[in-house]
Design a protein around this ligand. Sequence first.
Ligand SMILES: *Cc1c(COP(=O)(O)O)cnc(C)c1O
Length: 408
Amino acid sequence: MTTERPLPPGLHPDTLAVRVGIERSQYGEHSEALYLTSCFVQPDAETSARRFAMQEEGYTYTRTSNPSVTAFERRLAVLEGAESAIGTASGMSAILLLGMGLLRSGDHVVCSQSCFGSTIKLFGTDFAKFGVETSFVSQTDTAEWKAALRPNTRLLFAETPTNPLTEVCDIAALAALAHDAGALLVVDNCFATPVLQKPLALGADLIIHSGTKFLDGQGRVMAGAICGAARHVDGIFAPLIRSAGMVLSPFNAWVVHKGMETLGIRVAAQSANALEIARWLEQHPAVERVYYPGLPSHPQHRLAMAQQSGVGGSVIAFNVKGDDATQARARAFHVIDSTRVCSIATNLGDVRTLLSHPASTSHGRLSEAQRQAAGVVQGMIRLSVGLEHVPDIEADLARGLDSCGGVA
Ligand SMILES: *Cc1c(COP(=O)(O)O)cnc(C)c1O
């Protein structure tokens, strides 16, 4: 390795986002190298034995660690203000690793009922098979979280803002509740990203990421991570992932590591576009309601602005008007199908604007009653706003919205 001039202390996150990584190789490459290798050649048997026994630093096998994955972990940890981070194959495998590492049979979890669908399934169905019970509570009513606590509650799991209604929960209040109960607060920070929201600084203990979303930002690969204290990340999750194996691939780590270089400017620009589009949608006669934390009409607008650096993020949900559910659904489909620029896809956080119909996609497996309770109505459209010129997106949406009246 070449001798590096160490970074001075006190650098701004924007600087760190493009500067933190791993040491350069002997070639002095400027852009981080991609270590696409499953194992590492050892200098001799003794060194190899010491490294496998974790008595000496050094790479051995990519299921244990890999320099491209380490680079991703260091950059994300710095952005989140965490002591440590560990990469995983996807956002869901980060939650799986979290549960395997911290929960045992007989433990109890309190989780928001508005979390990502697969998160609810993992806690409610799959962890339940192993004797872990989860209570699902209102995203926004802190009293409900408090009432759900039990002596055996180990984790509170929150996601803010949520998908698709962008409901916001109070991280500091939930952290206080968790700590009074001797439990940990975990926050899925996928929607806000560390650019807008720093859960650890607000009192959370651990952060979950889907690197698939904003961290990559260009919709290329799957990735995930857990960020937090070294005693959890290096003490519990790192030894466990060595056995459990849901590791982040070096290639995906490298792609997301490069993606994080532009995270700050992408999130700022996409959020600015989203605010403009949300305001425009709110005054469109064919739109019944817009959900966006940056609008004063959002029920938790003030909390969101205080907690998210005064920025609403880039995901919007809106309901198209209709006399009944059938007509509202037909009109929402008409709006989606009338676009020519936006992509019809269920990912988010991409630089290209994505449109989806939650009731028939991400929330399609829920019963109609569960969907009603979640506020995911048939006329709802979710928009993940990208970097396109705002008037182009508005014109794309207007094509369908302006002609909704003709849809019976
Ligand atoms: C997408 C998503 C996940 C899951 O991440 P994957 O990388 O798709 O496994 C978890 N939480 C939230 C909020 C998400 O949007």
